[in-house]
Design a protein around this ligand. Structure first.
Ligand code: PLP
Length: 409
């Protein structure tokens, strides 16, 4: 008899986006002429930068001739891309990361999901609330949690991100083994200072813990004082794995390219307390289960680091940051408290009422789709996430409609 992994039965159905889609389509059916603007989903809307498109085309052309054709590439990624990443994203900022510590992949979703395979099932986990749901769900699947009760899984230490702590969780009062952090944060848009990030690195060193640091939105950081990488922090190389993606940096959500940094100095322990290199373990996992990102896509990603590419990527991110600034301005004028949107594409708004009630109000009266906070965790109650990923024109008309509706209340 074929039996299932019963941990899957503990998973909560990912009802959030299904529920949003159902509510939007039911409303649209009843009101076919009502224009709906989507500021809910975290997907980019603008085309790839021209430098990436050009390199992408060249990569495809090379595949068209026997003399330049490429078959399987290195599972870890081509050296041309890994070298550019190490130079531009790390060494130029004083972070000591070498090309062979970088693993190119087809997405940070998969990497953040897969990394937990390296660790024992009875480790103690610390996971933020609210959170990008992948960290939690993949640990549920692996059997590291108890059942779901009262909005939370047993055996997880939740790191509450609330107005009281500026949406940056406090250090745990107890020892933990694996810590997930994400800055700039999805869904709150909050960022972390160097000083606070250093306290997390120190905590991990003291507890022989590991930090999984998701920096998928790093390109949105404009404040020079903020760290763009955990490796800018002293000791980060010993205790952190970092995830980065071209998805939100250069519009690669549909093209698929990302990378994970596993420093050679990062260690984990076996039952007898003996140290093991996480780099070696991840290399083993990655090369056993993954066959690399396609050559033209890696060429397109490499172009992000060309002079033209750098300028175009900056312009692309600035565009969304302009949308975010407009959302901030209008929400402030309406008297809302919020975080994010300055060094991040997300604005996390305290809606001062039930999140789903506010979602419905914005949908039905203003025709604007947002994301209700409870979908990201218990601490999301009373909040909605507004995404800056849309055209400036759409964001402008969404804000005008919200102003009309809320102003009339
Ligand atoms: N990490 C965070 C925090 C995200 O919000 C997302 C996507 O929305 C990802 C990772 C996934 O990125 P990718 O497109 O590289 O899989």
């Amino acid at each position: 008899m074929i039996r299932i992994n019963e941990n899957y039965l503990k998973l909560q159905s990912s009802y959030l986006f299904v529920e949003i889609a159902n509510r939007v389509s039911a409303f649209q059916k009843q009101n076919p002429d009502f224009k709906i603007i989507r500021l809910g989903i975290g997907d980019v809307t603008r085309a790839l930068p021209p430098a990436c498109i050009q390199a992408f085309h060249q990569g495809v052309e090379e595949m068209a001739s026997d003399t330049t054709f490429r078959g399987y590439g290195p599972e870890q990624g081509y050296a041309f891309l890994r070298e550019k990443i190490a130079q531009n994203d790390y060494q130029s900022r004083g972070a000591d990361i070498n090309p062979d510590e970088i693993f190119v992949s087809d997405g940070s979703k998969c990497d953040t999901a897969n990394m937990q395979e390296l660790f024992a099932t009875d480790i103690r986990l610390a996971i933020p609330d609210p959170v990008y749901p992948v960290y939690l769900d993949t640990n549920v699947m692996a059997g590291r949690t108890g059942s779901f009760d009262g909005g939370r899984y047993a055996k997880i230490l939740y790191l509450d991100s609330l107005p009281q702590n500026g949406f940056v969780p406090d250090l745990p009062a107890e020892s933990v083994d694996l810590i997930y952090l994400c800055f700039p944060n999805n869904p709150t848009g909050a960022t972390i200072s160097r000083e606070i990030l250093k306290t997390w690195v120190d905590f991990a060193r003291e507890n022989r813990a590991l930090i999984l640091y998701d920096a998928a939105y790093e390109a949105f950081i404009r404040d020079q004082r903020l760290p763009r990488s955990i490796y800018e922090i002293e000791g980060g190389r010993e205790v952190a794995i970092e995830f980065r993606s071209f998805s939100k940096t250069a519009g690669f959500t549909g093209t698929r390219c990302a990378f994970t940094v596993v420093p050679k100095s990062c260690m984990a322990y076996d039952n007898s307390g003996q140290r093991h290199s996480l780099h070696a373990l991840w290399n083993r996992r990655h090369s056993t289960k993954f066959n690399g990102v396609s050559y033209p896509v890696q060429k397109a990603a490499e172009a992000v680091y060309s002079e033209a590419g750098k300028g175009q990527v900056r312009e692309l991110v600035d565009y969304y940051l302009g949308n975010a600034a407009l959302i901030r301005q209008e929400m402030a004028a309406l008297g809302f408290e919020f975080v994010g949107g300055e060094n991040s594409p997300y604005i996390w708004v305290n809606c001062k009422r039930d999140a789903w009630e506010f979602f419905d109000l914005l949908l039905k009266k203003a025709g604007v789709v947002t994301t209700p906070g409870p979908g990201f965790g218990k601490c999301g109650q009373g909040f909605i996430r507004i995404s800056a990923f849309n055209s400036y024109e759409n964001v402008k008309s969404a804000m005008l409609k919200i102003k009309e509706v809320l102003g009339a209340l």
